[in-house]
Write a protein that binds this ligand. Structure first.
Ligand code: SAM
Length: 286
């Protein structure tokens, strides 16, 4: 799609993905759009200046990050309404993924401004496809909440998640996150994809227990994507059995009767759930 030049019309918002480490991963279209837009809004202008200088692109840069996103967002919208074309780039990778990009996109849509993406690297997907864990179905969790209680609650909601789970984490918080994952989700396979596309890229394929042991002994360096195996069928069955164990037999039978089953049907179903005989159910209700 060509950039609009008619200043009577609204400008466009281009979400331009940039490399997550290796500058060769910039796309031809990203370079063209960065050259053609009126200005570039960047999460970290120093970082983006390095990128633009590397590709010999001279362009006005404005900062757009978490703590100025409301004020700057409104300014950028005004400029696009006046006909300016703006490229939004994040520190690395795809804008809108674990950075303030999504707010600007929402504002642009609310103001009738066309939004288009110049796709490119995303650390989450780059980590996933090299992990060796199932890629057919996955969930992206981004950064976990900082507050310990909220974080645990959040993780509890993932206990029954069977899809591969992807997290972002900063190195100084890695060990806490690994321990929380282990405590709430048990010992699963994890791939720590470190420094993707960079010189010291590494994929550490291990169990959560092994990862904790490793990072108790050495401090993690660089950027990490964590790719965690989802819950297995066996784990799900065990979780279900634990749930029934917490529930008394009478309560279990009543639950099904409240759902409309006869007592006989409810006893049969409860026996199946618990993996015990109908006689055991009957005896315990006497
Ligand atoms: N928008 C980016 C994207 O598309 O992936 C993500 C931005 S988020 C603020 C930064 C996080 O992405 C890092 O803390 C790390 O978890 C992950 N990340 C970015 N680059 C990475 C790399 N080269 N290797 C591993 N993880 C990376």
């Amino acid at each position: 799609m060509e950039i609009k030049t008619d200043s009577a019309e609204k400008g466009m918002l281009y979400l331009v993905s940039t490399p997550i480490g290796n500058l060769e991963d910039i796309t031809l279209r990203a370079l063209r759009i960065l050259k053609e837009v009126d200005l570039v809004a960047a999460e970290d202008t120093r970082q983006t200046l390095k990128l633009l200088n590397h590709f010999e692109i001279k362009k006005p840069l404005v900062s757009y990050y978490e703590h100025n996103k409301i004020e700057k967002g409104n300014q950028l919208i005004r400029q696009m309404l006046e006909g300016k074309n703006i490229a939004l780039v994040s520190d690395a990778g795809t804008p809108g993924i674990s950075d303030p990009g999504e707010d600007l996109v929402r504002l642009a849509i609310e103001n009738g401004i066309e939004v288009t993406a110049v796709p490119g690297p995303v650390a989450a997907v780059t980590g996933l496809i090299t992990s060796g864990l199932p890629t057919g179905r996955f969930v992206f969790e981004g950064f976990l909440p900082m507050n310990k209680r909220v974080r645990k609650e959040h993780l509890k909601n993932l206990v029954g998640e069977t899809r591969t789970i992807i997290f972002y984490e900063a190195p100084h918080k890695l060990i806490y996150t690994l321990k929380d994952l282990y405590e709430v989700l048990g010992n699963r396979r994890i791939v720590l994809a470190r420094e993707l596309t960079k010189r010291f890229e590494e994929k550490l394929r291990m169990t959560l227990e092994e990862a904790i042991r490793k990072y108790e002994e050495e401090s993690p360096k660089g950027e990490f994507v964590l790719i965690l195996e989802g819950a297995s069928e066996e784990e799900l069955k065990q979780q279900q059995r634990n749930k029934w164990e917490d529930m008394g037999i009478a309560e279990h039978v009543e639950m099904y009767m409240e759902q409309g089953m006869s007592k006989k049907e409810a006893m049969k179903k409860a026996a199946e759930d618990r993996g015990i005989s109908k006689r055991d159910i009957y005896n315990s209700l006497l």
